[in-house]
Design a protein around this ligand. Structure first.
Ligand code: FES
Length: 182
């Protein structure tokens, strides 16, 4: 009477390997089919990226909809500096220039003193902060404190109806140095 289990015969060992191989093959096929079926579902829930927006953002209105350049120009007169939602959703003034064009520079609307939103005062031709009276010229440079710094800037690019804001990392032309905000 033999108590030691017998070793698989030489004909069983290849069968086990073949079974494992078939299991692996089946698992791979099922996984591939499942991933293939899930891909369009996952893509459906991921919002598409806007082409050409690397680091930039479309200018949005107060409801979060992209503004249309022609519509904006039709409702904002020359010299206007109304607000849009810009980079990171920050309020940013678009400048309407002569000949119905949106200027290439956007001015961040946040006061560099304590962070109030600074409206444009067309009668005074300045931005005047309602909190502590700082004043900025039409390009956002300080003309009266206590604001210590000019307001941040962004590039504005108009392509067809799209108005896009891009980060400003070059020299600040108003102060002549590296921008404090980048
Ligand atoms: Fe604008 Fe103080 S927050 S002057």
């Amino acid at each position: 009477m033999a108590l030691i289990p017998s070793r698989p015969s030489s004909s069983e060992a290849p069968n086990l390997g073949r079974r494992q191989f078939m299991n692996l093959l089946t698992f791979g096929a099922v996984t591939g089919v499942a991933l293939g079926a899930l891909y369009p579902v996952v893509r459906y829930f991921i919002p598409p990226r806007e082409a050409g927006l690397s680091g930039g953002a479309l200018a949005l209105d107060e409801l979060g909809n992209p503004i249309a350049a022609n519509g904006w120009l039709a409702s904002h007169p020359e010299g206007d500096r109304s607000l849009v939602q810009g980079l990171k959703g920050d309020p940013t003034c678009l400048i309407v220039e002569g000949q119905g064009a949106i200027g290439a520079i956007g001015i961040h609307a946040i006061c560099t003193h304590l962070g109030c939103v600074v409206p444009w005062n067309s009668g005074e031709n300045k931005f005047i902060c309602p909190c502590h009276g700082s004043q900025y010229d039409p390009e956002g440079a300080v003309v009266r404190g206590p604001a210590p710094l000019p307001r941040a800037m962004a590039h504005v690019a108009v392509a067809g109806e799209r108005v896009q804001l891009n980060p400003w990392s070059e020299i600040d032309p108003r102060a002549g140095g590296k921008p404090w905000w980048s």
